[in-house]
Design a protein around this ligand. Structure first.
Ligand SMILES: [Zn+2]
Length: 240
């Protein structure tokens, strides 16, 4: 019964969004920006709202966008095939670039699995999984939808391989939690290395996923549902 109710809520929200009404859940309204032009307008008023292409901002970045392939926990491809650009808002992008510079001195680089994620993908996650332990509820929108959350690990610049971490990406077991101690010393020290550099640069850790970090003051940023292909066109137009 609860599952049926949840599905009904999701459909209701989608219908409301489709007809341009803000979804209102628990008295809080969720504004979703659908148009690249709206984002450009907001960015002109407040430059911190702008999305930044991580490949150009972050030195030595490796992108492994799992949702652009079937190699993810859903087994379904959710991003355009061959999607190879990833974005964060200006301030978290700059902080990630600074973290990369600090890691460079240790021969390490940043390996990103995901960052900005269009809201409609979060809705699809919910339709497939429907469990808040694993996916964000569409009534709230996620840090990824706001362009302020990043899923990442570290890699060794000499070998090009990822460091030995507690789990794989999107492993929802207890061993992915911060503070989980039944691990090798190496896994714990690598997890801590990532945590220290991210926190030093202003990110906040997520207790149940060692790979997920987010930027504070999420409320300053709207939930975005701009598809990757439109975003690319818009950013190019803004640069010109
Ligand atoms: Zn995440």
């Amino acid at each position: 019964m609860r599952a049926v109710l949840k599905m009904y809520m999701v459909r209701l929200i989608l219908v409301m969004l489709a007809i341009g009404i803000e979804a209102s859940v628990n008295g809080q309204s969720l504004v979703v920006l659908h148009s690249p032009a709206e984002l450009t307008k907001k960015t002109q008023q407040d430059p911190s709202q702008g999305l930044v292409d991580l490949a150009t901002a972050v030195p030595h970045l490796k992108l492994d966008l799992r949702y652009a392939s079937t190699h993810n926990f859903t087994g379904v491809r959710l991003y355009p095939k061959g999607q190879h650009r990833s974005y964060l808002r200006r301030d978290p992008a700059a902080a990630l670039a600074q973290a990369a510079k600090e890691l460079e001195a240790e021969g390490l680089g940043i390996w990103v699995w995901d960052a900005y994620r269009p809201y409609s993908v979060t809705v699809r996650f919910w339709e497939m999984i429907g469990d808040e332990r694993y996916v964000a509820h569409p009534s709230k929108g996620s840090g990824h939808n706001r362009g302020i959350a990043v899923d990442l690990t570290l890699y060794d610049m000499k070998t090009g391989k990822v460091l030995d971490m507690p789990t794989e990406f999107d492993d929802f077991s207890e061993s992915a939690h911060h503070g989980y101690a039944a691990l090798t010393e190496k896994k714990i020290s690598n997890r801590e290395l990532l945590r220290v550099v991210m926190e030093r640069n202003g990110f906040i850790k997520f207790q149940t996923e060692w790979w997920h970090y987010y930027w504070p003051n999420a409320d300053r940023y709207d939930v975005l549902d701009i598809p990757f292909n439109e975003l690319k066109k818009e950013l190019r137009a803004v640069e010109q």
